[in-house]
Design a binder for this molecule. Structure first.
Ligand code: HEM
Length: 509
């Protein structure tokens, strides 16, 4: 009797899992209970092969299950244009996961928020970035100051093995920290009053302490169980608190502790009498806007919790992405010395001195741009891309997709498409050079994603990548340490992480 009951329940369950829940969505790989298709992107990590295989099998659209939640994957450039670009408003929401509540205290920030909250704060952050000099010389000056700091550190170790990524990490953190809080991580002495004792630190020590927090996300979110728990609520519930909730809360409290401390310091120092005076960083601009709105009786949109979440989004999105890409760029060059040689030839021909390279030189350095483009294509930083949700009912390939369904612009498949990028597994900057030696514009190169939610920091990231990488390679020739070039193997995570590695630098001028 029990066996019959069990078999009946099991058959009904399988029928639901394999047929019923999938019948109204585009066909796709068969999900397994609890995990959906998430486990398949770990064999091999970070998932490009699985995405490629499914695109070959199911075409431009298929359904990918994250736990029990269906996501419509859009895999070809034509289909991305038809959906995320031409019908952009339909694809701008984000799926709200329970982890957001635990981690952020609600649907705050810009990465996970929706509707008016997202729109207002995206617009506000973009206009603040413009005010602090993006697209003008001011931002370039700030980045070039960090380039010179990087030079000083590398010059001091010329000819000996030195770890490359941490130096760029410090410099790129200084750029984003200046934008948000108005100061760099240099050697200036600071002090804290803790329990009646002054604790003396330099701002570089502060960065080292912060680094322990910054390094947590890959450690934390890069682990498969964390990735699964954050995406599959039922999986999160069965994991012991000590390996999911506790480390997440720990990270949240430490990160928010740092941001709140910065915000309070700003609040104490700002002259709120003159709300229209020029601000020197994002937090100051935000706090003045908050005060203006409060005077008009509006306290919801520019709240303190939203500010802390904005700082977290901009800080983390602004640091790891750019540092990782710079690190991968140098890793590739250690594997492909001929690319380095070609870059040096171009730099010698066009720049020909040790002066700092600026964005005014960009158009004259097609191979440098091609190398950065190819780095971004091969890094393919966010394999699954961030998951969006539909803002209204829509129809994709004849399937009725209800409002709130998960949708993903599969940019990693687009950047690995064999038709657009032949021999796509090979690192080849020349694919971006045309027959006249000029830089070729390829619209399918979309590392910053597409549509209305495309990367908010694209302008800043492009400027940083160009200035840091071109100046580094103009000044140095790099060769591998005695351990050889770093591994190019990619780990599975929300963002692909490079290895920390050492290299030997020789000054070229
Ligand atoms: C090489 C560097 C970078 C890459 C490859 C990159 C890539 C991306 C991608 C793929 C997305 C997801 C877009 C989507 O949802 O469709 C994104 C979103 C975002 N990025 Fe970046 N990013 C980089 C640098 C930056 C920087 C420097 C900042 C900060 C100033 C930043 C801030 C953001 C924010 C706030 C979002 C969420 C935007 C929204 O939901 O409206 N990113 N980025």
């Amino acid at each position: 009797m029990f066996v019959i009951l069990f078999l009946t329940v099991f058959t009904v369950y399988l029928g639901y899992e394999l047929y019923w829940k999938r019948k109204n969505f585009p066909p796709g790989p068969c999900p397994v209970p609890i995990f959906g298709n998430l486990l398949s992107i770990n064999s091999p990590p970070p998932g490009y092969e699985a995405f490629e295989k499914w695109t070959k099998k199911y075409g431009d659209v298929y359904t990918f299950w994250i736990g029990n939640t269906p996501h419509i994957m859009i895999n070809t450039w034509d289909k991305i244009k038809e959906t995320f670009i031409r019908d952009a408003d339909t694809y701008t929401n984000k799926v709200q996961l329970p982890a957001t509540e635990l981690f952020r205290g609600g649907p705050y920030g810009v990465i996970d928020s929706n509707g008016a909250m997202w729109r207002d704060h995206r617009r506000f952050a973009l206009s603040s970035l413009r005010d602090f000099g993006l697209g003008k010389n001011l931002m370039q000056e700030k980045i070039l100051l960090e380039v010179q700091d990087v030079f000083a550190k590398f010059d001091a170790s010329e000819g000996t093995e030195i770890e490359i990524p941490p130096i760029f990490d410090n410099a790129i953190a200084s750029v984003i920290n200046q934008l948000l809080f108005g100061y760099r991580f240099d050697k200036v002495l600071i002090n804290y009053l803790i329990c009646s004792f002054y604790i003396f630190q330099t701002k570089q020590d502060e960065f080292k302490a912060l680094k322990r927090i910054i390094d947590a996300p890959p450690e934390l979110f890069g682990k498969l169980h964390m990735f699964l728990a954050m995406n599959i609520p039922i999986f999160a519930k069965i994991l012991p608190t000590s390996i999911y909730e506790a480390p997440l809360k720990d990270f949240r409290d430490t990160a928010f502790g740092f941001f709140k401390n910065q915000i309070e310091k700003h609040r104490d120092e700002i002259d709120f009498e003159d709300l229209d005076s020029e601000s020197s960083d994002y937090v100051e601009t935000y706090l003045k806007e908050q005060r203006k709105r409060k005077l008009e009786g509006e306290t919801e949109t520019f709240s303190d919790i939203q500010l802390a979440n904005m700082c977290m989004d901009l800080w983390f999105a602004g640091l790891g992405t750019t540092t990782n890409t710079t690190t991968w760029a140098i890793s590739y060059i250690l594997h492909f010395p001929k690319v380095q040689q070609k870059i040096h030839e171009e730099l010698d021909r066009v720049i020909g001195s040790d002066r700092l390279i600026t964005t005014a030189d960009k158009n004259d350095l097609p191979f440098m741009n091609a190398y950065i483009n190819e780095t971004q294509r091969c890094v393919n930083l966010v394999p699954l891309n961030l998951q969006h949700a539909t803002t209204r009912d829509t129809v994709i390939n004849g399937y009725r997709i209800p409002k709130g369904t998960g949708v993903v612009a599969q940019i990693s498949t687009i950047m690995n498409d064999e038709k657009t990028f032949p021999d796509h597994n090979t690192f080849n900057p020349d694919r971006f050079i045309d027959e006249n030696g000029k830089l070729k514009k390829v619209e399918q190169l979309v590392p910053f994603s597409v549509g209305k939610r495309l990367c908010l920091g694209e302008g800043l990231a492009r400027m940083e990548l160009f200035l840091f990488i071109s100046n580094f390679l103009n000044r140095y020739e790099i060769s591998p340490s005695k351990e050889g070039p770093p591994s190019l193997e990619k780990k599975c995570a929300t963002m692909v992480e490079p290895r920390i590695f050492s290299g030997i630098l020789k000054k070229r001028r």
